[in-house]
Design a binder for this molecule. Structure first.
Ligand SMILES: Cc1cc2nc3c(=O)[nH]c(=O)nc-3n(C[C@H](O)[C@H](O)[C@H](O)COP(=O)(O)OP(=O)(O)OC[C@H]3O[C@@H](n4cnc5c(N)ncnc54)[C@H](O)[C@@H]3O)c2cc1C
Length: 440
C-alpha cells in the first residue's frame, strides 16, 4: 500500500461547498478520498419508485462531475456501512475518517459501530456539526434542560446566532487536496432495485423577492411562495448556513421556519422514542382502525377538496404544501380519528423532504400530542381553510380537476359530526376518570 489517505464519508451533506466536515478533512494534510454508501438496510424499506434514491444519485453525479477535471474520484458503495469500511481498510492505508454528524437514532447506532471498527484499526472518526446551526444541547434552558416549547427556544437560538454569527467553511477552496485516482464503477440505480429515472440535480435558489414576500405568500398553496428547499436541506445539497445568511437579510418569518427545523431536531436528539406520543396520555385515545377511510385519504378521495388536492399532490410529486399538510394531517387524525402514526408513515414513504424529526414533530403537533402542540380541541375546518387559503380554488382545480362535477365523491364524514366524535374521544382519553368530563 502507498502512503496514507483520509476518507470523507458523505451522508446527508451532498455538496462540495461550505461543507464543514469536508472542509476540516481537506485541511488535514493527507489526500482525501470521498465516499458514499447506499445502505441496504435503508434501501430495503423503500418502494422501487422511490424518488429520493434517484435524487441522492443525481447529487452524487453532480459532485462527481465537479471533481472530474481534478482526476479525483468519489467511491460509491451499495453495502452495509461496516462492510464498506472493511473493504476500504483492505484497499487503502487510512489515516482518519471525517464526516458530519447525523442525529437520528439509527444513524447514531451505525456511526458507533463504524467508529468501533475504525478504532480497532487505530483510526479516528472525526465528526462535525453541519446540518444545523446549533445541535444537541447547545440551546437549552438556563438549567440545562431541553426546551419543549418553540418560542423560548427560538429566542435563545436567535440571540446566540446574533452573538456568534454564522460561520462558513469554504471547502470549495481546498479542492487540490482530494486524492487522485481512477473513478471506480458505481452501482446503478437498477442494480439497487430502483426504477425512477434519473434527472440532473437542480437546486432552487430563492430570490430576495420570494423571501421578502414569504410572510404573505407562504400559506397560499396555489402560489409559488415557499422555497421548495426541504429536500435539499434534507440531503444537504444546500448549506443551511448560507441559506440562513441570505434569509437574515430578507425575512424573519423564514428564519423562524428554519428554526422550527432545528427545534424538532433537538427534540429528536433528546427524546428519540418517536413511536410514542410525546404526551403519554394521548396514547390512550381509542383510534379507529379504519382501513377504508385511510385508503380514501391516501388516494385523495375523501370528498374534501383541499385534503384531496394535497394528497394527490403528494402522490404525484413527493411534495405537499405546508398549509395543506396541516389540513390533511388534521383531517386524518381528527375527522377520521385514525392514529397519527399511520399518516406519519405514509408521509415518510412519499415525501421527498421526509425528515424523521420534522415529520414526527409536525404530526404530533397536529394530533395535539406533541411537546408544543396545537390544542387538541382546535379542529381545522377543511372547507374554511380552503376558502381562506385557496380562495379561487386554483390549487384545488390543479390537483382535483373533477372536484365540482358529479364524478367527485361526497364527503366521507360530516364535518360537525366528525369534530364532535373527535373531541369526545380525546376528552375520554385525557380524562383520567374515563368519564370525559375533564374539559367541560
Ligand atoms: C404533518 C406534517 C409533516 C411534515 N413533514 C415534514 C418532513 O418530513 N420534513 C420536513 O422538512 N418538513 C416537514 N413538514 C414541515 C413543512 O411542511 C415543510 O418543511 C415544508 O412544507 C417544505 O416546503 P418548503 O421547502 O417549500 O418550505 P419553506 O416554507 O420554504 O421553508 C424552508 C424550510 O424550513 C423548514 N421548515 C419549514 N416549516 C417547518 C416546520 N413546520 N417544521 C420543520 N421544519 C420546517 C424546512 O426545512 C423547509 O424546507 C411537515 C409539516 C406537517 C404539517
Amino acid at each position: 500500500m502507498s502512503s496514507a489517505i483520509n476518507i470523507f464519508w458523505f451522508r446527508r451533506d451532498l455538496r462540495l461547498h461550505d461543507n464543514h466536515g469536508l472542509y476540516q478533512a481537506l485541511q488535514a494534510g493527507r489526500p482525501l478520498l470521498p465516499v458514499f454508501i447506499f445502505d441496504p438496510l435503508i434501501l430495503s424499506r423503500l418502494e422501487a419508485d422511490d424518488r429520493r434514491v434517484p435524487f441522492i444519485y443525481s447529487a452524487l453525479e453532480a459532485m462527481r462531475n465537479q471533481l472530474l477535471a481534478l482526476g479525483a474520484p468519489i467511491e460509491v458503495f451499495h453495502a452495509e456501512p461496516l462492510a464498506a469500511f472493511a473493504d476500504l481498510l483492505k484497499r487503502y492505508k487510512i489515516g482518519a475518517v471525517y464526516t458530519n454528524g447525523d442525529y437520528e437514532p439509527y444513524a447514531q447506532e451505525r456511526d458507533a459501530a463504524v467508529a468501533q471498527l475504525l478504532s480497532l484499526n487505530g483510526i479516528p472518526l472525526h465528526t462535525f456539526k453541519d446540518q444545523v446551526l446549533f445541535e444537541k444541547s447547545e440551546v437549552t434552558k438556563d438549567d440545562g434542560k431541553p426546551y419543549l416549547v418553540y418560542t423560548p427556544f427560538y429566542k435563545k437560538w436567535y440571540a446566540r446566532l446574533l452573538a456568534e454569527g454564522i460561520p462558513s467553511f469554504p471547502s470549495e477552496n481546498a479542492f487540490p487536496y482530494f486524492y487522485k485516482g481512477p473513478q471506480l464503477r458505481w452501482p446503478t440505480l437498477a442494480e439497487m432495485g430502483f426504477s425512477e429515472p434519473l434527472s440532473p440535480l437542480e437546486v432552487p435558489v430563492p430570490s430576495a423577492q420570494l423571501l421578502r414576500n414569504y410572510h404573505d405568500h407562504r400559506d397560499l398553496p396555489a402560489v409559488a411562495g415557499t422555497t421548495r428547499l426541504g429536500v435539499h436541506l434534507r440531503f444537504g445539497t444546500v448549506s443551511v448556513r448560507q441559506l440562513l445568511s441570505q434569509a437574515m437579510l430578507h425575512s424573519e418569518t423564514f428564519v423562524k421556519e428554519l428554526c422550527w427545523r432545528e427545534f424538532f431536531m433537538q427534540i429528536l436528539w433528546h427524546f428519540p422514542s418517536v413511536d410514542r406520543a410525546f404526551k403519554p396520555e394521548y396514547d390512550r385515545i381509542a383510534w379507529r382502525d379504519d382501513e377504508e377511510g385511510f385508503n380514501r385519504w391516501r388516494a385523495g378521495t375523501t370528498g374534501y377538496p383541499l385534503v384531496d388536492a394535497g394528497m394527490r399532490e403528494l402522490a404525484q410529486t413527493g411534495f405537499m404544501h405546508n398549509r395543506v399538510r396541516m389540513v390533511a394531517a388534521s383531517f386524518l387524525c381528527k375527522h377520521l380519528l385514525i392514529d397519527w402514526r399511520w399518516g406519519e408513515a405514509w408521509f415518510a414513504e412519499k415525501l421527498m423532504d421526509f425528515e424523521l424529526s420534522a415529520n414526527n414533530g409536525n404530526w404530533q403537533w397536529v394530533a395535539g400530542c406533541g411537546c408544543d402542540a396545537a390544542p387538541y380541541f382546535r379542529v381545522f375546518n377543511p372547507a374554511l381553510q380552503a376558502k381562506r387559503f385557496d380562495p379561487d380554488n386554483a390549487y384545488i382545480r390543479r390537483w382535483v380537476p373533477e372536484w365540482d362535477t358529479d364524478a367527485y365523491p361526497a364527503p366521507i364524514v360530516d364535518h360537525k359530526t366528525a369534530t364532535a366524535r373527535c373531541i369526545g374521544a380525546y376528552k375520554k382519553a385525557l380524562d383520567r376518570t374515563g368519564q370525559g368530563n375533564l374539559f367541560p
